[in-house]
Design a protein. Structure first.
Length: 238
């Protein structure tokens, strides 16, 4: 297998996802990329990227968690994005970089479902709000032929593709398409941070959905930490 070009930067949504990636890198020897916490949501992320608060890297890996839009993907599954869609537009991840990651993950056998299974290559939908309804998830998955959903992917790809930056996206599924999760859109501030009070209210209004989301998120964050550690501790990305 050919050597990987160095990954300059990992971008990951701030909060628990960022902490999981940092924990995955703790104790890793040798050269590791810079980990940058980014805002949650399309508009906050675009504003952050346009402000140029970090040096433009040449090779970026975007990590985090996502929601499933298909019965094929469930909590804890590792997914690599082929592309992202938003309002009829599509942006592609770098094919070579993605293929290298897929090969490394397949060889290292770290997919949760089966040690012999490679990570899933998926089409992602980017949404400006939380897609909380199971019915809407399934409808979007069917009508757009999308597999997973997040709130940053398309914006990041559009920005970095225009800048000539090589990008791949690796995420872990935190909620399936069979159950509702709390609508946490009101808890996301305009700067992409989370407001604890609306977050708590949203959880309390739907306790069963909140419990399911918490469990799924904890599982996904554990896998996110593990996949980060394996990728860089085996020196497959250097």
């Amino acid at each position: 297998m050919p050597n990987f070009l160095p990954i300059n930067t990992i971008l990951v949504p701030q909060g628990a996802e960022y902490k999981a990636v940092c924990r995955g890198l703790s104790g890793v020897t040798g050269s590791i990329p810079t980990v940058v916490a980014i805002p949650v949501g399309m508009k906050p992320l675009l504003k952050y990227l346009q402000q140029g608060q970090f040096l433009a890297p040449s090779r970026v890996l975007i990590m985090g968690i996502c929601g499933s839009l298909s019965d094929r993907y469930t909590v804890g599954d590792i997914v690599l994005y082929r592309d992202c869609v938003y309002q009829g537009k599509q942006r592609e991840c770098d094919r070579t970089f993605t293929a290298q990651l897929h090969s490394a993950l397949s060889t290292d056998a770290i997919n949760r479902v089966s040690p012999d299974s490679p990570p899933n290559l998926v089409k992602s939908l980017t949404s400006y709000r939380v897609i909380w309804s199971a019915a809407e998830k399934r409808r979007l998955g069917e009508t757009l032929a999308a597999d997973v959903v997040d709130m940053e992917g398309f914006t990041a790809l559009e920005f970095f593709n225009a800048a000539g930056v090589v990008v791949a996206m690796l995420r872990v599924v935190s909620d399936d398409c069979q159950h509702n999760i709390p609508d946490l859109t009101p808890a996301i501030n305009s700067d992409g941070s989370l407001n604890p009070f609306p977050l708590a209210i949203g959880m309390l209004r739907q306790p069963l959905a909140a419990t399911r989301l918490i469990r799924g998120s904890l599982t996904a964050l554990k896998v996110l930490k593990q996949v980060t550690n394996r990728l860089f501790s085996t020196n497959k990305l250097e």
